[in-house]
Design a protein around this ligand. Structure first.
Ligand code: UDP
Length: 327
């Protein structure tokens, strides 16, 4: 299948691109390199540098390459940033997604995979969180993803647009020795902890230890990026049978303290940690139920233990201490 991947130079997008190519699909990456890295793009993918705020650029790529499906990863993705600068999310994420969707409909494309988020569940009534949980976006970031989910719903009703909305919990790990996480600045727990092990930071701050959790620190569901990639590919192949929405996690929660302790084991570094204040917008516990995608598509995450996940991340960070070396 020919697939256009927006954000295909980013952490998750570039891993999915590599997996698609491994399965024999042909891929066009559309990315503005704002957070992405040219070096992350698989050499067999066609790379187009472009911005989703440029409708003419999208039209021209879709007309030139005529992909059968689109995977849309490109977006601003930080909860904290969205609380400080909501229009980056409520305006840019939404209008960029809208540009892409309008162009897709105009060019007869009817298959779409969308990166959504666990930030739709700020106040869950049940844990683990399944797809029937009520939607309470936790930030303008989550809201921007939900607005696009709603657009997809209507495009299915009106145009028979087939989509999968995949709500990621905490993506982590490295996809292969040559591809991993490289954000600047870095805000995510596992890469920050590994930067301490590389002595690029002095210590890690634990954002609060007075949560209602077993050890007082926040509990998250860490899902390996290769397991995420498989979910995207299974969802893509299933679109002919209809649109769908899935929560994606490995179904287990690990606390911030457990992550730090496991990273100490994996790296052999003491990784100093200090308790700091809570980070605004962080719920105590987020654990996904992924029963639906397991049942419907036979998805089975391979990386379920924290040590294995952190080992793959450490392989990447220890061999690429400056990431893709393009800053
Ligand atoms: N966290 C932390 N210190 C850090 C970064 C993150 O204690 O320097 C915590 C954060 O409060 C959350 C968990 O680690 O409970 C995972 O945060 P991350 O930013 O990696 O992902 P998020 O849960 O926001 O998607």
């Amino acid at each position: 299948m020919k697939v256009l991947v927006t954000g295909g130079a980013g952490y998750i997008g570039s891993t999915v691109v590599a997996e698609l190519i491994r399965e024999g699909d042909s891929v066009v990456v559309f990315d503005n390199l704002y957070q992405g890295h040219k070096g992350a793009v698989h050499p067999e993918a066609t790379f187009i540098k472009g911005d989703l705020n440029d409708r003419a650029a999208i039209d021209s790529v879709l007309a030139d390459y005529q992909p059968e499906a689109i995977m849309h990863f490109a977006s601003h993705t930080l909860v904290g940033e969205s609380m400080e600068n909501p229009f980056l999310y409520l305006a840019e994420n939404v209008t960029n997604g809208l540009n892409l969707l309008q162009s897709a409909v105009d060019h007869g494309i009817r298959k779409f995979i969308f990166s959504s988020t666990a930030n739709l569940f700020d106040d869950p009534e049940r844990m683990p969180i399944d797809e029937k949980e009520r939607i309470v976006p936790g930030s303008p970031y989550g809201e921007s993803k939900y607005i696009i989910e709603r657009m997809l719903y209507w495009l299915d009703r009106v145009y028979g647009f087939r989509y999968a909305a995949l709500r990621y919990f905490n993506a982590c790990g490295a996809g292969a020795p040559e591809r991993g996480e490289d954000h600047y600045p870095e805000y995510h727990l596992i890469p920050i902890v590994l930067q301490v092990a590389l002595e690029q930071r002095e210590k890690v701050f634990i954002f609060g230890n007075d949560y209602d959790t077993p050890d007082g620190t926040c509990v998250r569901d860490y899902i390996h990026v290769l397991d995420l990639a498989q979910a995207h590919i299974l969802a893509l192949r299933a679109l002919d049978q209809g649109s769908r929405t899935y929560n994606l996690g490995n179904g287990q929660g690990f606390s911030v303290k457990e992550v730090i302790e496991t990273a100490r084991e994996v790296t052999g570094h003491p990784i100093p940690a200090e308790i700091g204040p809570r980070r605004p917008g962080d719920p105590a516990t987020l654990i996904a139920s992924s029963d639906k995608i397991r049942r419907e598509l036979g998805w089975e995450p391979k990386y379920t233990d924290l040590k294995g996940i952190i080992e793959t991340a450490w392989q990447w960070h220890s061999t690429h201490p400056n990431g893709y070396n393009d800053r």
